[in-house]
Design a protein around this ligand. Sequence first.
Ligand code: GDP
Length: 367
Amino acid sequence: MTEMPYCIGCGVQIQTEQKDEIGYAPPSSLDKEEIICQRCFRLKNYNELQPVSLTDDDFLRILNGLGERKGLIVKIVDIFDFNGSWLPGLHRFVGNNPILLIANKADLLPKSVKEKKLLNWMKQESRKLGLNPIDILAVSAHKGTGVAEAMDAIEQYRDGGDVYVVGCTNVGKSTFINRVIKQATGEGDVITTSHFPGTTLDMIGIPLDDERSLYDTPGIINHHQLAHHLHTEDLKAIMPKKEIKPRVFQLNPEQTLFIGGLARFDFINGKRSSFTVHAANSLNIHRTKLDNADDLYAQHLGGMLAPPSAEYKEDFPELVRHEFRIKEGKTDIVFSGLGWITVQHDDVTIAAHAPKGVEVIVRPSLI
Ligand code: GDP
């Protein structure tokens, strides 16, 4: 079998079989000299992420409702799950309303990461996904860092209007709003419930002034979130609780790293070099030979390779392999919702295995 080519856009290895999976390009494109995967093609030409169905009808109605109302949309994303916590289609529903992006869980970033670089990357990525935020801020709702600044920004950008906070589950939307409530109302009893037209939902409103409120919209489950595939106990293990400590591994080609049983990273080709894992400190990283990796996973998933724990491993999606050729050193391979591995050296070929449906993306390193 001849080796499949790589996308000139994102570097993923092309496949022509599964339309909904990463790296897909129509078989006819294989005749071309330069091949671009369908995802990059659509981003480039239509500024649009491949449609992912939103299952929650109420949420769609709310989004529709937002476009008809005037107000500032505050979209909260998880710094560790930028792509998994994206709300596909939001840009089509918000009308002309400005969007303020708030990246939460900044307390988990290792010191080596430049927050500015991260915010820049998020801004670029948002644009690629069709959203043009008016501003982007990093906060820690948990610790309260940046929340006062975020409130000032909200006050400035809402321009006297209402505010709608949107986000998918687990990004920390409730934690953030609770902080805002405390700061805005001094824990007074002023929260109102307001019926959102066209839906069966009551939204919580926090008065901003005599006429305007900040509304919490229900979080939506994004089925691409890694968190969505895990049971609560396993979820605790992958959610970093403290600042992440980068872990460095010197690898030879044909070595593999397992991040618990959640993901796998193969160093296929290139000079011996270092790879830095950024994931929850409590997750075990297991190194093995590439040759052994399939067997090891089959035998030890739920045991040595956990989470998922033995109890839940049957429900865990299979790992899907995405191969990348990395031309430049200092590149991050991001496993949405889990963390990322920084490839330090240039000219290497790697394969990232992530649970089916969970995105793997490549970005310049944030260090
Ligand atoms: P929601 O589903 O978006 O409303 O999310 P929650 O507010 O319930 O938070 C989801 C999880 O993320 C909880 O375990 C929170 O403790 C955690 N969390 C929320 N904000 C932060 C934060 O700023 N830093 C950290 N480390 N964890 C956070």
